[in-house]
Design a protein around this ligand. Sequence first.
Ligand code: 5GP
Length: 114
Amino acid sequence: MSTIFKKIIDKEIPAQIIYETDKVLAFKDINPQAPVHVLIIPKKEIPSVREVDTSEDAGLMNELIAAANKIAKELGIFDSGFRLVFNAGKDGGQDVYHLHLHLLGGRKMTWPPG
Ligand code: 5GP
């Protein structure tokens, strides 16, 4: 089932897009939890990290990581550090069931996460 992120991919609803390739899209989170909070998503509709086909989607997952590093550099948080998060399912705190990688930075992260 499609989510709001599919509408962002299809440009049916606006988002602050900061990176786009034929397979990947990144945009600013609407409710940022840090000075930098970017969502990096595959255009392929995969509900969560649990449904990733680790053979078929290996290249795609690599692209998400590569995009995160590139964006972190562009936004000036690469050297200071950042956090990458995949929330999965109810207990993981996932709200949108279209796979997304959170890139968080610009402040010191705490551990353990809430
Ligand atoms: P999750 O909780 O599923 O891991 O993260 C979903 C994220 O998507 C949340 O951080 C939330 O703020 C963000 N989000 C939800 N709807 C929208 C939207 O329409 N636009 C943008 N830019 N972010 C959204």
